[in-house]
Structure formats: C-alpha cells, structure tokens
Write a protein that binds this ligand. Sequence first.
Ligand SMILES: CC(C)(COP(=O)(O)OP(=O)(O)OC[C@H]1O[C@@H](n2cnc3c(N)ncnc32)[C@H](O)[C@@H]1OP(=O)(O)O)[C@@H](O)C(=O)NCCC(=O)NCCS
Length: 256
Amino acid sequence: MPNDRGPGTDGRPDSASDDVADRWRSAQAWEPAPDDVIDVWRFELEVQDDDWAILTPDETQTANRIVVEEKRNRKASARAHLRRILARYLGTPPQDVRFTYGEHGKPMLAEHDEPRFNLSHSESKGLAAVSRGARIGVDLELAREGREFTEIADRFFSQAESAALRALPPEARPAAFYRAWTRKEAYLKAWGTGLSFPSNRFTLDYVGEGPGTLLSTEMPEDDVSRWHFKDVELGPAYTGAICLEGPDRPFRWWVI
Ligand SMILES: CC(C)(COP(=O)(O)OP(=O)(O)OC[C@H]1O[C@@H](n2cnc3c(N)ncnc32)[C@H](O)[C@@H]1OP(=O)(O)O)[C@@H](O)C(=O)NCCC(=O)NCCS
C-alpha cells in the first residue's frame, strides 16, 4: 500500500509490499536499524571537497586513468560516497573502510563479513544498497531513447525475454527494455559474476506491473525462489533495480 505520509516523515522502513515511489528521506535522518532492514542510498555524483582525500592511492590511480574530467570526478565521487555510506555502519572514518574484491571484481568489506553492499553509477547519479545476511545487487541506467532495443535484447536477453520485448508495441519497448536490463544486471551483480555468466542464460518476468520474478536460471546451484527484485524510483530519466537474496525485507530509501 502506498505511503500517504510522503518522504521525510518518520524514518520507519517501508513494509515489504509498499510501493517504492516518494520514499526518499534525507540522509541526515539516518540511524541504525534492525538487521533485516535494507538501506538504499541515492546521490548526485558531484565532487565534494574531501572526495579525493578519502580515496586510497589505488582508487585515486584507477579514477585518474579516466581521461574525461567529468567522468573522472564522478568515479571519485561514487567511491567517496560509498566510503561515507559504509563508514556509518562500521563506525569508522570513511578513509579507514577497507575493501577486498571478488574473483570478478565485486567489492566487499575486507575486515567484516557484514554489511554487504553494492554500488551502481550512471552519468550524474549513483545508487547503493546495504544489507545484512543477504547478497544484494543494484543497477542504475540512464534511459536513452532511440536505441535498437530489440537488437540489443536479441544479444543480451534470453530468447523468452527477447520475444516478450518484440511482442510489445514499439512505444512500450524502451521502458520495458530498461526494466529488464537493470533487473538482469542487478541479478548478475548480486552474484558478482560480472560478464563471466552470460546474461541470456536466465529469464526474468519484466513486462507486467510489479517488480517481477526470476522465471528460470542456469546459474549453478541457484534456485529461482531465492531472489526478490525491487524497482527503484528515480524519476523519468533513470531506471534502477535491486536484486535481493532471500525473503523480501523492509526497505528504507535515503537521499544524500
Ligand atoms: C562491473 C559490472 C558488473 C557492472 O558494470 P556497469 O553496469 O558498467 O557499472 P555499474 O555502475 O552498474 O556498477 C559498477 C560498480 O559495481 C561494482 N562492481 C564491480 N564489479 C562487480 C561485480 N563483478 N559484481 C558486482 N558489482 C561489481 C563496483 O562497485 C563498481 O563501481 P566502482 O568500480 O566505481 O567501485 C560489469 O563488469 C558487468 O559485468 N556488466 C555486465 C554487462 C552486461 O552484459 N549486462 C547485460 C544485462 S542484460
């Protein structure tokens, strides 16, 4: 049921079945919550004064490989935001957060099993989610019009997903495409496989209303009932999705 009290009201988590629109509350109201609550964070990728200062030399070097200044600053800003977000849960200064990386590059905390987290950034926006006891993946995409959506789907989606896109009227395809893409990417990011697991080897339900479900997967030792999806409401230009392991949970939505 939609929250009729609007954002910034009481800091209580949404119930698991609530609509996600108009949920965002100021990060200033953040406080620790019970372990089953999932926190979602959104932020603008604008460099703040100490962004570069809290990055490690490795992170600085990685960002500095990006030639275009705006993109370089956004990369640094995303990592600095991630550090500040995780520092809240760990009770340490942002520069003291230590990362380690999975086989395919997924960042995790080096010195703690929890919380788990995932980050996505697209153009000027960033999105992160933090969970305890459950794998989580997030994806954010700036929706671009005029792309060859069915051709891209033929390449990256399963046959059933691709057929479902072609069956839609052309005007409905862009939004459906980005819904499918972000959910699929969030699933791969929850697993941390990156491109090592082909995106056409699992099928999501994405055409209808609601967050959709995983219909089939060839991911080793996976089970379709393991995952829940959540759409992230970010206005008309961006599409965001979260893939969460286990039963649905209460969510809180924070804007920095
Ligand atoms: C990194 C990857 C997982 C996502 O890339 P992306 O969509 O361009 O970028 P996003 O902004 O969503 O995510 C990047 C962030 O994810 C995190 N990340 C990196 N590798 C990851 C992995 N293997 N799993 C989960 N998260 C990962 C990092 O925090 C990274 O940001 P940072 O490097 O600035 O810290 C990419 O390697 C990938 O595999 N993409 C799949 C592309 C694809 O075929 N999609 C088909 C969907 S139908």
